[in-house]
Each structure stands twice: as structure tokens, then as C-alpha cells.
Ligand binder design. Structure first.
Ligand SMILES: [Zn+2]
Length: 200
């Protein structure tokens, strides 16, 4: 999870849809705006170019219309993370408001098979809940979720290999091109950027 800068103003269609009995919070340019703001990445697991994209409510709306159509409560997510989170892990960190990549530590052990460690760097119930969600997302709880998490870690493993190679090049050769390639890996738009930043 990395900090995200949400675009403003909110899509105008949301206020209109909120007045309808069966409104749609995925109206107008909401999907395009979210995908752009979140760099096409799931805000929880940081998988990029997700094929099963969903609009996730950070604070579960549970029928509350204000929360359901609130632009600041809509997040770009993958189905795996949306289903894992559901209405649990409350309250949790808001990546559009907090320095989420500093208060949570991410570690990767790539061999012999990739394992991850995620822990709180600061105290707080929101941090603890978010850490637990991230652990459940990357490890899985049910049989199906464990298989999905395994696939997610496999994608992380492939990206981690590319990142380590890039890091090695940048350390051994300080040319601009290698530094730029490394900076791309560390940018908010890069898949699994939170893990990469803690490596350096
Ligand atoms: Zn996800």
C-alpha cells in the first residue's frame, strides 16, 4: 500500500446517483478517474493492471447512502482484496490521507519460495487492522483465498526479481539510465512499490 493523491473535484454524477433509489456509484467517469488516480493498481495488494477490478468502499457503507456515494470513500481494488476485506478490519488506514508506506514495514524473502513479512512500524488500531488485512491478502485464510494469495505472491516474486536486477545495475553503475530505471520501480505507480522501498 502506497500513498495515493486523489483527483478533485469529485465526479458530478455521484451526487445525482445518490438521490436515486437504485443509484450507481460506478457512474460517469468514476471508473476512469479511479483507475487513473490509483495508477491501475489495487490499493491494497498493489497488483497492477488487475483483470478483476472492483470499486471498494474503504468504510463499508452497509446501506448508508452518504458513504456509498462519497468520492473519498471509493477505492480501486482487485476482487481478491475486496472480498478479503469486505466489511472487516475497521477502522483502517486511508492511503489517500496517511503515509501508509512508512507506518507499515514490508519484507520479502524470495528464496527458496517467496515469503513475506508485514508489521506495524508505529502504534495505532488503524495500522494494526491494516497490517492484518495485508497479511490475510498475501497469505489467505480459506482454501480458495490461500490459492489466490499464492498466485499473488508469484506475481510479487516475478516483479521482485526484476527489481533486484535493476537495483544491482544501479549499485554497480551510477549511469543516469540505471538510476531512472530504479526510480521507476520505487514510484507509487510501480507494482508492489511498498515492498521495494523497504528494501533500500
Ligand atoms: Zn488487491
Amino acid at each position: 500500500m502506497v500513498p495515493i493523491k486523489r483527483s478533485y473535484p469529485a465526479p458530478t454524477c455521484l451526487a445525482n446517483e445518490a438521490t436515486k433509489k437504485s443509484g450507481d456509484y460506478k457512474c460517469g467517469d468514476v471508473l476512469d478517474r479511479l483507475q487513473q488516480d490509483f495508477f491501475t493498481k489495487c490499493y491494497i495488494c498493489e497488483e497492477k493492471y488487475i483483470t478483476a477490478a472492483e470499486v471498494e468502499h474503504l468504510r463499508p457503507h452497509q446501506g448508508d447512502r452518504a458513504l456509498k456515494y462519497d468520492w473519498e470513500n471509493l477505492f480501486w481494488s482487485c476482487r481478491h482484496c475486496n472480498n478479503t476485506k469486505s466489511n472487516r478490519y475497521q477502522p483502517m488506514l486511508d492511503c489517500t490521507q496517511a503515509a501508509v508506506d512508512r507506518c507499515i514495514r514490508y519484507d520479502v524473502v524470495p528464496y527458496p519460495s517467496i515469503t513475506i513479512a508485514i508489521s506495524a512500524e508505529e502504534k495505532g488500531v488503524e495500522i494494526d487492522n491494516t497490517v492484518q488485512l495485508l497479511l490475510d491478502v498475501y497469505v489467505g485464510k480459506t482454501h480458495l483465498k490461500k490459492l489466490e494469495s499464492q498466485n499473488l505472491r508469484q506475481k510479487l516474486s516475478i516483479e521482485w526479481g526484476l527489481f533486484l536486477s535493476c537495483l544491482k545495475n544501479a549499485v554497480e553503475d551510477e549511469s543516469v539510465s540505471h538510476q531512472e530505471a530504479l526510480n521507476l520501480h520505487l514510484h507509487n505507480s510501480s507494482p508492489f512499490a511498498a515492498f521495494k522501498r523497504w528494501k533500500i
